[in-house]
Design a protein around this ligand. Structure first.
Ligand code: AKB
Length: 314
């Protein structure tokens, strides 16, 4: 049977690229893109406007399109959720529970939901943070992702729901810009390097954070969803690692390609968020369970970002 897939947040940073990748595998008309924005902004022939806070609408769309698999990406990220805590919590949590209930009631057979390195907190060991490291999140976003992980595990254990999840690090991509995250600087820096020749960073020069190029993240997501269920030992969310760098280190690699590029530092409220997150992640469980392996290092990613953005911005 051909799968019918629903992607929420399909116009977002991950959603736009994941939708394209899924359509290459399952076919154009088997992957429904949904987002809160109006269709004219979507420019997509298989698209529905969907407010993920509306459980009834979700249920209607799932039955109308005979959806079997959902990638539920719509969420409020760390920096925005600190400004709108209650809204962030409601959006990130209520919508997840709606999809978990649909899976429990066998209306869909598989669910993907992204978690984040934000589940870790100030007391978590910073380097090579392990899968089950002590985790008291310091942000609303982190609290919602940690609680969501527990809900996923609970629905799996209690009702046999096939829900799978990855704790994404900061994701770096050139097709669609991120919005409202703390790791967004590592995308902005490439745009500003090409547009202005300089960048003022909202984090301090030595703030090391785990990061990943989008191509790796998309491949990881699809590989996890296609992995044998009996190989998976984690139903909260998998640690995933690719890169770890500081603003100073990424700036140095950009400078190798653009010697005139300059960076300055003016940390804001996002510094405290970054300080509460790990600097690097141990993903040995993902490697063991579903053979995860990243392909992009900082040099290779910088080359791809500058090359593609140059074309896009011209
Ligand atoms: C954010 O910065 O909020 C996200 C994340 C690490 O989950 N990119």
């Amino acid at each position: 049977m051909t799968e019918k897939i629903l992607v929420t947040g399909a116009l977002g940073q991950i959603g736009s690229e994941l939708t394209t990748a899924l359509r290459e595998i399952y076919g154009e008309k088997n992957v429904l893109a949904t987002d809160i924005q109006e269709p004219e902004k979507a420019n997509d022939s298989y698209y529905e406007v969907l407010n993920v806070m509306d459980a009834e609408q979700i249920s209607e769309i799932v039955s109308k399109h005979e959806i079997t698999i959902v990638y539920h990406l719509a969420a409020m990220l760390s920096a925005t959720a600190e400004k709108f805590p209650k809204k962030g919590w409601d959006l990130n949590m209520d919508s997840l529970l709606t999809f978990l209930d649909l899976a429990k009631d066998k209306k869909i057979k598989q669910l993907y939901w992204p978690s984040s390195i934000a589940i870790f907190g100030n007391d978590t060991p910073k380097n090579n943070t392990e899968q089950n490291a002590h985790a008291i999140p310091a942000t609303v976003y982190g609290i919602s992702k940690r609680a969501g992980e527990f809900w996923c595990n609970y629905y799996h254990e209690k009702f046999g729901v096939d829900v799978r999840s990855i704790r994404y690090p900061g994701l770096i991509s050139w097709k669609t810009r991120p919005g409202g995250g703390t790791t967004d600087y590592a995308v902005d820096i490439y745009y500003q390097a090409l547009e202005e020749g300089k960048y003022e960073c909202f984090l301090s020069e030595n703030s090391a954070l785990p990061m990943m190029y989008m191509d790796d993240a998309i491949r990881a997501t699809i590989e996890l969803m296609q992995a044998d269920a009996d190989k998976l030992t984690i139903r909260t969310s998998y640690n995933l690692s690719a890169l770890s760098f500081t603003p100073k280190e990424i700036a140095e690699v950009i400078k190798k390609k653009m010697p005139e590029f300059e960076i300055s530092y003016n940390p804001d409220f996002r510094q405290a968020i970054a300080d509460s997150w790990p600097a690097s992640i141990d993903d040995s469980v993902a490697q063991k369970d579903w053979n995860w392996k990243p392909e992009f290092d900082l040099e290779k990613m910088t080359e791809a970002m500058l090359k593609n953005l140059k074309v896009k911005l011209n």
